[in-house]
Design a protein around this ligand. Structure first.
Ligand code: GLY
Length: 567
């Protein structure tokens, strides 16, 4: 287009179209479709989900297909050897959450992770088979499909089988990811076999085939969840675990069940918030933060100001202090949900926020008795255009989990045991500390920060979002929600914006590169804040629905390499 015709086009647009969004230099428009949308961290997996929607599957069918596909195309986090949470909003108005978080093996005990001096040995809890919890993903995905899907398992798992068997060309960032973890894979023969070519890194564009994983997926297709929890695959898991000093038994696998739990709900302004409850700290923490922030209204101009960052950070300190004491697996520990989620308690937190930063050492978890009454996880969002929405976050914990592939079965085991509080005061890989509520107990689910969320407006899905990022997940999700609701950003813009994070301990604000101008930092320091590290915070995969105009907007996070696919 010549400069002249560009000008004519621009004048035409200004005269005849009402622009939906302000003109920006920092973000392309989100993907905009009418009938359905799938957003995940892998474009191949997003396309699998889209095909399922196009064939008439509902959002749950598509989400389950994406879940299995991610295990093949995004192995650092997509998985069948880990766990996750699925939050579903059905067109009939029901909110459902499915918990398929990993569980501590029945023989697990904190002492197993100590060295001779009684100190935590991070090599044991963060890597290798001893760091693995009993996987829940296969149980959870099949549970969701059977209860809320409309298609057969064979139909939704076949695309993943094809991707594993026929293979796919490695895109640059995936090939780079395998290369950057090569030293880890060299420690485990079974892993090196999968993620390298006889010890040499794969190159961009080379076809990546996973015949062992194709075998496992075919077993699941033919024999259902029992093949994984009782059959040949279960035997291979136990064999691998035993060989490398792990403790997962056949009994652990046989006993594993996905659980449907009541959704955690709250409100923010005129919106309803639906998220994941314990064993995730995400939903409760997100709603606590939104409750606190409801007491304030920031103008558009205040976005990114030191005042805005200050208030959010102060609220984060209180919420993470509560997390460290009150949150854990509700099957083992009574989480004071009602109190934590109450507007009254959040008002009290808000009342403690002054113009000056409070030192984290002076912030303590609230006491419910005084009242009457968290590369690498991955998220995907699906909307089917019929009113059904699915928000799923799944994980094997660190990038490539325990780094151990189950030999013969072709998938990685998680290193989720590090999400437990192994010793009071000991910070896990995310710097999180905990207490009895999240101590290791046989059969217990470790506390998570995953925050798969659906925001409803007038009862209809408005925003579907979630993120990886360990302890940072809920503050990342919070900021995207605030960007959409308060600052009227479109979903792509809301996701692209630089973010910040505070988790009470360590007492510091981490932030993204170019995320805080130097005078903003100066002002925060004057208020008493400590400035931490510059790092990437989260990778949000989001969908925003404009019900009135029947438009579905999808956006993948530019921090990753996923895609939004719709029709
Ligand atoms: N493994 C990270 C989380 O669940 O929070």
């Amino acid at each position: 287009m010549s400069i002249y015709s560009k000008k004519v086009f621009l004048v035409f647009c200004i005269l005849f179209f009402v622009p939906e969004f302000s003109v920006r230099a920092d973000a392309p428009d989100p993907v905009r479709r009418k009938n359905g949308m799938v957003v995940s961290a892998s474009n191949l997996a997003s396309k699998v989900g889209l095909q399922v929607l196009k064939k008439g599957g509902n959002a749950v069918d598509a989400a389950v297909a994406v879940g299995f596909a991610l295990a093949v195309t995004y192995p650092s986090a997509g998985n069948i050897g880990g766990g996750g949470f699925m939050v579903i909003h059905l067109k009939d108005g029901k909110n459902i959450t499915i918990d398929y978080r990993e569980k501590a093996p029945i023989n697990a005990a904190s002492e197993m992770y100590f060295d001779e001096k009684g100190s935590v040995d991070t090599n044991k809890i963060q890597e290798g088979v001893l760091s693995s919890g009993v996987p829940g993903s296969v149980a959870g995905l099949i549970y969701a499909l059977e209860k809320y899907g409309t298609l057969k398992l064979a139909d939704v798992i076949q695309p993943a089988i094809n991707l594993a068997e026929i293979g796919f060309p490695l895109e640059y960032r995936l090939a780079q990811s395998f290369k950057s973890y090569l030293d880890y894979f060299k420690k485990y023969e079974s892993s090196l076999k999968i993620f390298s070519k006889n010890g040499l890194p794969y190159l961009e564009g080379e076809i990546f085939k996973q015949p062992d994983l194709a075998f496992t997926l075919k077993q699941i297709k033919e024999k259902g969840r029992d093949s994984f929890y009782k059959g040949k695959v279960a035997e291979l898991i136990v064999q691998q675990s035993k060989k490398l000093g792990g403790i997962i038994t056949l009994e652990d696998l046989e006993n594993y069940q996905a659980v449907e739990r009541q959704a955690i709900t709250g409100s923010y302004k005129e919106f309803e918030v639906v998220s994941m409850g314990p064993p995730s700290a995400g939903g409760i923490g997100l709603i606590q933060l939104l409750n606190v922030l409801e007491n304030l209204n920031f103008s558009k101009a205040e976005w990114g100001s030191s005042k805005y960052i200050h208030v959010l950070v102060e609220a984060m300190k209180y919420v993470y202090a509560d997390r460290s004491v009150h949150l854990g697996d509700e099957d083992f520990y009574p989480v004071p949900k009602g109190w934590l989620l109450s507007k009254r308690y959040s008002k009290e937190i808000f009342g403690k926020i002054s113009d000056e930063a409070i030192a984290s050492e002076k912030v303590f978890a609230g006491n419910p008795k005084l009242y009457k009454e968290s590369e690498e996880t991955t998220h995907y969002s699906v909307y089917d255009g019929q009113g059904n929405a699915v928000s799923t976050t799944t994980t094997i914990n660190s990038g490539y989990g325990s780094k151990v592939v189950v030999d013969g079965a072709g998938f990685l085991l998680n290193n989720e045991m590090d999400d437990f509080s192994v010793q009071p005061g000991f910070a896990n890989q995310f710097g999180l500390i905990g207490s009895k509520a999240n101590s290791i107990e046989p059969g217990k689910r470790m506390l998570s920060s995953m925050t798969p969320t659906i925001i409803l407006k007038d009862g209809f899905p408005y925003l579907i979002a979630g993120s990886p990022g360990g302890s940072t997940i809920l503050t990342v999700v919070l900021q995207v929600i605030l960007n959409c609701i308060n600052f009227k950003m479109d979903i792509q813009e809301a996701i692209n914006q630089p973010r910040f994070h505070h988790q009470w301990l360590p007492d510091q604000i981490d932030y993204e590169e170019f995320g805080m101008a130097v005078d903003v930092i100066d002002n925060l320091v004057k208020r008493g804040h400590k400035i931490g590290q510059i790092k990437s915070l989260g990778r949000v995969e989001g969908i925003l629905i404009d019900i009135e105009n029947n438009i579905i907007f999808g956006a993948t996070d530019p921090r990753g390499f996923g895609s939004a696919e719709g029709y």
